[in-house]
Design a protein around this ligand. Structure first.
Ligand code: FPP
Length: 245
């Protein structure tokens, strides 16, 4: 039973969001407020993430996609990029033990071309190690860009059309989705962004089309399981009409 103190409402377990997306923003500001280097904010962000994934899994959410590194994040100083990459590597290595023990399926989405061989190998290993788990599927968006994902899907379909394997008239919304990183996964129902910013920043542009957006001023390292539950309750109080009346 999950009870939210603030609005005295419980989560309706029968109407959970199937797929939650999270833009984990505010690590840098969290560190600055404490006079710490930005890297300390990212480390605290990785700790916060573990707790949130476990909570979502315990609640029974089926999919969670988290924005760990965008295609634009390469513009950051090399020192910060290197730190983030090492943090991700560690996270994937440890996840094999900790999150796999929690029955989490871990997948990386995004372009692997620019990633180091070490990270690519670790991704393959972690994905393989956790693939038969039956709990929540966690997509880590790593070197991910929503427009790039859509462009790549369009190119892959064009290729099939050129080779006579797909007919143009057979391409619809559902068929197109099969070419995305999230093929066979439901769309995002609830998108959470921390730190007070209210934009999508090229995250899951296709999958979030009918998603409910939920923003909080909390900085990502301060985001707690209770905040996740609050977001889910707010989500359940919204009227979703998907264009109908
Ligand atoms: C945005 O905060 C956060 C990121 C660009 C990185 C997100 C990474 C983590 C939460 C930790 C690592 C994740 C995994 C999966 C191990 P920001 O740096 O832009 O913060 P700011 O806007 O306050 O500067």
């Amino acid at each position: 039973m999950f009870f939210n103190k603030k609005n005295k409402q419980e989560i309706d377990m029968l109407r959970l969001p199937k797929h939650i997306g999270i833009i984990m923003d505010g690590n840098g500001r969290w560190a600055r407020k404490r006079g710490l280097p930005r890297s300390a904010g990212h480390s605290a962000g990785a700790d916060a993430l573990k707790k949130i994934v476990i909570e979502a899994n315990n609640l029974g959410v089926k999919y969670i996609t988290v924005y760990a590194f965008s295609t634009e994040n390469w513009k950051r100083p090399k020192e910060e990029v290197d730190y983030l990459m090492n943090l991700l590597l560690d996270y994937l290595r440890n996840a094999e033990r900790t999150l796999s023990g929690e029955n989490v399926v871990i997948r990386a989405i995004g372009s692997r071309k620019e990633l180091s061989r070490e990270i690519c190998e670790q991704i393959i290993k972690t994905e393989e190690f956790t693939k038969n788990n039956t709990g929540i599927v966690m997509n880590i968006a790593l070197n991910y860009g929503g427009r790039e994902e859509i462009v790549n899907a369009a190119k892959a379909i064009c290729d099939k059309v050129r080779n006579g394997k797909v007919k143009i008239d057979d391409i619809d919304d559902k068929a197109f989705s099969k070419y995305l990183y999230t093929a066979d996964q439901p769309d995002i129902d609830l998108l959470i962004r921390t730190s007070g910013e209210q934009r999508l920043s090229n995250f899951m542009l296709w999958q979030v089309s009918y998603g409910e957006l939920w923003f909080t001023d909390k900085l990502w390292p301060d985001f707690k399981p209770a905040d996740l539950r609050r977001a889910i309750i707010d989500f359940q109080n919204r009227g979703r009409r998907f264009g109908g009346i």
